[in-house]
Design a binder for this molecule. Structure first.
Ligand code: GLU
Length: 346
């Protein structure tokens, strides 16, 4: 009997050690979802899971967008150490549309400081549709948010540059620096929207009447329309998101685009107003700051880890790409990267 006691003790020790190994390896596993093989597997799974989904419809209020191939479906994820993962069609280009608003806002936060953007444009979500005139009227041009049309047109008027050409250059330069390559204009989309953007022109003139435009309203609307017509692939958008995830340094080109402080002020506006009227639903389901555009692009930022983007033109009623939302939410869940998901300390 006496002999059994040390034996029992040694079994207890082994059992305790095994339990410790199990707990530790569970923790390591939880932190280790971002391995090369796992990231690629999760993107492949996401692509296969959602590729045949038929829901949604291309935007058609800009005529040219109605004829974009609805089957384009590309996914890209770029980590903050510059690894690029892709799946599906990352060659096809779509117009960046509202996704561009993030980067023009970031440039202005960088140049003028966060307080100036808060005072001159506003950063609260309007709670109304992206092209609401009522939102402008109710607030007398204040609190118009740079991620929806009124605030974005005001942002185009505020961007660095003495004339229209210089302002346009500032915009192309900043969007390109985030994307890591020189972006170019999709002329048919620009011409199509420029001939049909009376509502945006009305918004610009109303803002002008309230003293909330900082340049000629006709030219500012034109610059804004061009900005929305820049062509991007899923990989471009992922690189833009990855630059935000990496504190403002493009992890592929290694160039500093904006400061970490600018990123710190940019991400909360994305979190609260990045997906139109469904921004709250998006944040509830993914936990990530993101921005969508009516061209079918959607990017999301996982701070310190990666940027991810999906291009798929069919949109839901709120104006967000159906497949893109599903893919990114799936990836976030599989990689366990929702920043609000925390492992309790034992
Ligand atoms: N150029 C588009 C517009 O002004 C952008 C809309 C969007 O992507 O939200 O209507």
């Amino acid at each position: 009997m006496k002999k059994n006691i040390p034996l029992l003790r040694s079994w207890q020790t082994i059992a305790a050690a095994m339990l410790l190994i199990l707990v530790t390896s569970a923790r390591i596993n939880a932190q280790n979802t971002l391995t090369k093989a796992n990231i690629q597997k999760v993107l492949d799974d996401a692509y296969n899971k959602f590729k045949d989904l038929q829901e949604g419809k291309n935007a058609d209020y800009i005529k040219e967008l109605a004829s974009v191939d609805p089957k384009i479906f590309g996914i890209a994820l770029i980590t903050t150490d510059g690894q690029v993962y892709t799946e599906g069609d990352i060659q096809s280009m779509v117009s960046i549309q509202s996704v561009s608003k993030v980067f023009t806002m970031a440039k202005e936060i960088e140049d003028l400081g966060p307080q100036a953007i808060q005072d001159k444009i506003g950063v609260d979500a309007t709670g109304m549709r992206f092209n609401s005139i009522v939102a402008v009227e109710l607030q007398k041009g204040k609190e118009i948010n740079p991620l929806v049309n009124p605030g974005a047109i005001a942002a185009s008027s505020l961007i660095a540059g003495a004339d229209s050409a210089a302002k346009w250059k500032s915009i192309v330069d900043i969007q390109s620096a985030f994307a890591g390559r020189q972006l170019s204009l999709n002329w048919p989309v620009y011409v199509s929207e420029a001939g049909d953007n009376l509502r945006n022109q009305a918004i610009a003139h109303l803002l002008y009447a309230y003293g909330r435009m900082y340049f000629d309203p006709v030219q500012a609307t034109d610059i804004y329309t061009k900005q929305c017509a820049l062509n991007v692939s899923a990989k471009d958008l992922a690189e833009m998101a990855a630059t935000l995830a990496n504190g403002g340094v493009n992890p592929v080109t290694k160039k500093t685009v904006v400061s970490p402080k600018t990123v710190m002020y940019t991400l909360p506006v994305m979190a609260t107003a990045g997906l139109y009227d469904d921004s709250g639903i998006w944040l509830f389901n993914s936990g990530l700051p993101a921005k969508s555009g009516v061209g079918g692009g959607l990017l999301a930022v996982c701070p310190g880890k990666f940027g991810i983007a999906v291009v798929s033109p069919p949109l839901d009623a709120a104006g967000n790409s159906v497949k893109a939302q599903k893919v990114i939410q799936y990836v976030v869940e599989q990689l366990q990267v929702n920043p609000y998901w925390v492992q309790p300390k034992q």
